[in-house]
Design a protein around this ligand. Structure first.
Ligand code: AGP
Length: 613
């Protein structure tokens, strides 16, 4: 999970940056670096691996100065290496940039800049940012103006920090979408900037949170916040307590809310380092999968519990469609009791956020004892599921504190998508064109998730309307049928409202009897191959007086006309639509529970890790 720290003031920036990065260390990273202005020159130190290696390098080649920025990186474009580590430096050496996010149009920008004579030093998408700043900077313009023009060129969601030796009295920071926060700490004659509060809280508790599409000009004794048109914005200074839990929650009241918003960043990290966008390949080395073994797979079982099981249901559709391998999904608590048919060349994928769920571990044991190979998709590094598996994919979401799983649901959806692409590639079921397209789709996932989050006000209004309901039906089909299940699970576990997820086609076989004006119906109707069928489902619910809440694609006039409440998501390739469709449902459940004044993060009777049968 990339982390950012910056400092300007009378002290030496280097130890402040290194300490700040250390406070973000538990999130994980593969390389780190810093840039400090020393005697009018930007000095950069970068190192692969642990932060202690960067500290050792700085010890050998000391650097000190009153302004600097640092970064810990999870590789997105380009392998973890010194030259791909941040900060990235322009051609003149006078500008440096650190960045969280994916520059979706980096290939176009890179070719444009290369044609102008820019020589790239790294394989990263970030490097285009620093060259653009350099290109826009001139005697007439200021650093903030050059940075602002640069930001408007970038597609995707980003947190960016820039400094320059030409204007050594300022740090420029920007937040575009939700690729991680940008927090500014106000000190006495000094200022701090970071991606996360814990990095700077030992220095100040007076914090400003940048909103999306805002940038900041940070000077020792003053802060200016601008929008992307360069107009001044007002901002609020929040006094935060020293409580480490509150610090971790940042600008959010609940961890669940924070974790829903963290999905832009966690999805970036999920894709990070596993995708070669230029060649159109996916890499999942921890699976230990060869072409020969991929070709031999006869069948896959996906087994998990609760939310993780719903992710597995989406995985079935993805793997069957993309890699053409038959997949069965199984609730882990049932798997071992139904004497499943297992053996060599049958793989069992276990999905578990905690990696410690007793039923999931028992299902893995059942698979192993009958000679099948097991893969685990897990969030908790070093957990039992990871240790006992033959191969794994780590979710890369960082710790999930809220009992209701959110970011640890969308990450495995993308993991399963990447697995399907890898299997399809190794087994030769994908044409080169399709493979490239499927890989290219991944670049847009974080910014599309960010667009879903930007609709939060509409979702909150819908939550107010549903506040006093006692029951709710969720309907979906095809790849979004599991999202109906997941939306219903989210609502029931934190708001205690009875909610049922149902395959929409089954409605006429029974549940339709429930629909009247007291039964709100949440319908998953994005533009996917099941869309037309969902429209007739909506008509049927409306005909019986039901209130319809539709998750649908922006600009859909049918839905605009038919549904009572609309939760819009951006146009998305259908194979990735579940990642987007679930976000409004997470927010809907969150706002209903929060408006009801419930303990959102620790709902009654539930535990984060269920280690008993
Ligand atoms: C999710 O919101 C739930 N709290 C629960 O269903 C959870 O997904 C399930 O217990 C599985 O947990 P795991 O991912 O840690 O195995």
């Amino acid at each position: 999970m990339c982390g950012i720290v910056g400092y300007i003031g009378p002290q030496n920036a280097t130890p402040i940056i290194l300490n700040g990065l250390k406070r973000l260390e538990y999130r994980g990273y593969d390389s780190a670096g810093l840039a400090v202005l020393q005697n009018g020159q930007l000095e950069v130190r970068r190192e692969v691996g642990k932060l202690s290696r960067l500290a050792a390098l700085v010890n050998e080649q000391p650097v000190s100065g009153n302004i600097g920025i640092g970064h810990t990186r999870w590789a997105t474009h380009g392998e973890p290496s010194t030259r791909n580590a941040h900060p990235h430096v322009g051609m003149t050496g006078d500008f440096v940039v650190v960045h969280n996010g994916i520059v979706e149009n980096f290939m176009e920008l890179r070719s444009e800049l290369s044609a102008e004579g820019v020589i790239f030093q790294s394989e990263t998408d970030t490097e285009v940012i620093v060259h653009l700043v350099e290109r826009f900077y001139s005697k007439e313009s200021t650093l903030e103006e050059a940075a602002r023009k640069t930001f408007t060129q970038l597609r995707g969601a980003h947190a960016i920090v820039v400094i320059s030796s030409r204007e050594p009295d300022k740090i420029i920071a920007a937040r575009i979408g939700n690729a991680g926060g940008v927090v500014i700490g106000l000190g006495d004659g000094e200022m701090f900037v970071a991606s996360d509060m814990p990095a700077i809280l030992e220095h100040t508790r007076r914090i400003v949170f940048l909103e999306s599409l805002q940038m900041a000009v940070i000077k020792r004794d003053g802060l200016e916040v601008l929008n992307m048109e360069g107009e001044k914005q007002t901002y609020e200074v929040v006094s935060v307590s020293w409580d480490p839990v509150a610090a971790e929650k940042g600008e959010y009241r609940h961890f669940m809310h924070k974790e829903i918003h963290e999905q832009v960043r966690s999805l970036t990290d999920t894709i990070a380092g596993r995708v070669d966008f230029e060649k159109g390949f996916v890499r999942l080395p921890e699976l230990n999968l060869t072409e020969e073994s991929a070709r031999k797979i006869k069948k896959i079982y996906i087994t998990a519990c609760g939310t993780a099981y719903h992710a597995g249901m989406v995985g079935k559709v993805l793997i069957e469609n993309i890699a053409r391998i038959p997949v069965e999904t199984d609730i882990a608590s049932e798997f071992r009791y139904r004497n499943p048919i297992l053996g060599p060349d049958i793989y069992v994928i276990a999905i578990s956020q905690s990696g410690e769920t007793a039923d999931t571990l028992a299902a893995m044991e059942e698979a192993r004892s009958k000679g099948s190979r097991t893969w685990a998709i897990v969030n908790a590094i070093g957990s039992q599921a990871m240790r006992v598996s033959d191969g794994y994919i780590s979710m890369q979401t960082g710790p999930e504190i809220g009992v209701a799983s959110t970011k640890a649901f969308t990450a495995p959806l993308v993991d399963l998508y990447m697995l399907a692409v890898l299997l399809g590639t190794l087994r030769g079921t994908l044409s080169e064109k399709d493979r490239r397209q499927l890989v290219a789709n991944l670049a847009h996932v974080p910014s599309m998730a960010s667009r879903c989050l930007e609709r939060e006000d509409d979702i909150q209004a819908t939550a107010r309307a549903l506040l006093n309901t006692s029951h709710c039906l969720y309907l979906g089909r095809g790849i979004n049928m599991p999202i109906a299940y997941e939306g219903a699970l989210k609502l029931k576990e934190i708001s205690y409202i009875h909610a049922e997820g149902y395959p929409a086609g089954e409605m006429k076989h029974g549940p339709i009897a429930l629909i009247d004006k007291n039964m709100p119906v949440v319908v998953l109707a994005p533009r996917d191959p099941w869309y037309e069928k969902m429209l007739s489902q909506i008509e049927q619910a409306k005909a019986r007086g039901g209130t319809v809440i539709a998750v649908a694609t922006e600009g859909d006039e049918n839905i605009e006309r038919l549904a009572d409440y609309k939760l819009w998501i951006p146009q998305t390739p259908w194979v990735l639509s579940p990642v987007m469709a679930v976000i409004p449902l997470q927010l809907l459940a969150y706002h209903i529970a929060s408006l009801r004044g419930l303990d959102v993060d620790q709902p009654r009777n539930l535990a984060k890790s269920v280690t008993v049968e």
